[in-house]
Ligand binder design. Structure first.
Ligand SMILES: [Mn+2]
Length: 328
């Protein structure tokens, strides 16, 4: 595969941890990864964005990509419940981490948009590891740049992330408003679903904004009441109606704080691990699904590394779903 020389310069090599248990029958993700420069094609392209400068509260998710990658490479490539084996007829590569500008949010977004656009154009399904949620803006722009028509987005998140701004600044609370109000090729409100909104963590002002725009918000309470399958199916129907591609933005704080303590604002009453895995499995298998970003894992705020392990499991689930989507 080839990226332009300018884009290649924006990618830094990620470190590769070694193997723990050398059981020849145990195949982990690290064993099957290929070098994208040598591969003709890949189904999945991992890319990290070590950037948390747009977080307004507790920072630390700039260390998410390497921590999650560390859990990912040790994950076995087979899941008995799904009966999916990623080591067969499936190619995973790692583009490394994007070379961010630590004190420059918009400059970093421009770099991310450039890299992600090119990755989408190769036909690879990107697995983007954040980093803070401001990055959903350049991630979705990358998809918008690479398809003719409209794009649908499901945001699984405890928060709405449609803030006006913090002092006029771009932040981890503003990405979806920026996409909805962007001058050129905006995200259409009817193609956007917020799922998992929960806790005493959101303002009525922003809920009213979503209602007035015609955005479907499925609060986590409704997910618990109606069930994950019914609510995710509804979300998929909406975001795929009249669009060419679907993107999943997954803020780890959508999970209950009992499952994920390692994030800026952990939420009470959030999704369980099982619900989150099922949601990713359903969305990743949809014929229009083109990629995922998983954001806001802050290892320094974590307990025993469980949040990174959870994030890794969700991304493995997404890869399994991608294999299924591609006929594997
Ligand atoms: Mn968020």
């Amino acid at each position: 595969m080839q990226l332009s020389k300018e884009t290649e310069k924006l990618l830094l090599e990620a470190s590769r941890p070694g193997k723990w248990v050398p059981d020849e029958y145990d195949v982990s993700l690290g064993d099957i990864m290929v070098d994208w420069r040598q591969a003709e094609h890949a189904d999945i392209g991992i890319v990290g964005i070590p950037f948390d400068t747009a977080v307004t509260g507790r920072r630390g998710c700039r260390f998410g990509p390497d921590s999650i990658r560390n859990a990912l490479v040790f994950s076995d490539v087979y899941e008995p419940g799904l009966d999916i084996d990623l080591s067969r007829d499936f190619t995973v590569t790692d583009f490394g981490n994007i070379d961010v500008l630590v004190t420059d949010v918009l400059g970093t977004h421009a770099r991310v948009e450039q890299v992600v656009t090119e990755i989408f154009k190769t036909g690879v399904t990107p697995v983007i590891i954040g980093g803070d949620h401001s990055l959903a803006y350049p991630d979705v722009c990358g998809l918008l740049n690479s398809v003719e028509g409209d794009v649908g987005v499901i945001n699984i998140d405890a928060h709405l992330d449609v803030r006006v701004s913090h002092h006029g600044e771009v932040s981890s609370g503003t990405p979806f408003r920026r996409l909805l109000e962007r001058a050129e090729k905006p995200l259409k409100p009817q193609h956007f679903v917020e799922l998992g909104t929960n806790g005493w963590l959101n303002s009525r002002y922003y809920m009213d904004y979503c209602r007035e725009m015609g955005i479907r918000v499925i609060p986590c309470r409704e997910v618990h009441t109606r069930g994950i399958a019914a609510t995710v199916n509804e979300a998929l129907e909406r975001v795929s109606d009249g669009t060419d591609a679907v993107f999943l933005s997954f803020d780890i704080d959508a999970l209950d704080l009992a499952h994920v303590p390692g994030t800026n604002v952990p939420g009470v009453g959030g999704l369980s691990s099982h619900q989150a895995l099922e949601a990713v499995w359903m969305i990743g298998r949809h014929p229009l699904c083109r990629g995922i970003d998983l954001v806001e894992v802050a290892p320094a705020l974590d307990a025993a590394g469980v949040s990174s392990m959870m994030a890794s499991a969700l991304l493995m689930q997404f890869m399994g779903a991608t294999k299924k989507r591609r006929g594997g």
